[in-house]
Design a protein around this ligand. Sequence first.
Ligand code: HEC
Length: 191
Amino acid sequence: MKFKILLTPILLSASLFAADQNATTSTTAKQEGIEYIKMLGGTLKSQLQTHMKADPSGMGALGFCTAKATEITQEVNKKLPGYALVRRASLKNRNEKNIADTIDTQIMQTYEKEIADKTFVPTNDIKIIQDGDTTRVYKPLITEAACLKCHGKDLSDEIKKSLAINYPKDQAVDYTEGSLRGVIVAEIKKH
Ligand code: HEC
């Protein structure tokens, strides 16, 4: 009898521990992913805002995005552990480095459907996908008024001209406020 009483709590705590460990693994990947998404998204957005303030025409900011976005993405990735990467993707990309793969496409179509159905919840917008050994963490980028100068329907002639020169295959225009512009995705390999 004494033996049984002793054994039960031990078994119980063992199984709780196992459940806990699983929960910790996925929570950690999610938290880690969100942290890396913030590193890239935060850097790009704050720099964009600084340039937009300094030159409201948007030309300074456009020059910045054109020249620096890829470089900043590489710099952020250099700071991450070897098992992680962070990048941007869009269904209508401007920079060809940001072409969506199959999983990105599925996730973005889901976000677009949620936005259309009005079930999208901005405070609960992270999606997690397990792709083999890799956990993918997705954060949607929703178009705001400030984005429309370079991604909207009504671009200034100078912005149009610069885009035509630098991005002859640009698809990232004609957006309206509140639509899905793209995603930032962090990929965390099992390690
Ligand atoms: C001053 C012009 C400008 C503004 C304003 C601007 N962008 Fe962009 N955006 C660009 C350029 C140029 C690129 C291509 C270079 C790059 O970032 O890779 C780009 C690329 C992107 C990409 C990567 C996908 C792709 O199409 O290549 C995303 C996502 C994006 N922008 C989102 C936004 C969001 C969200 C806002 C508003 C908060 C915004 N942009 C505001 C100029 C702008």
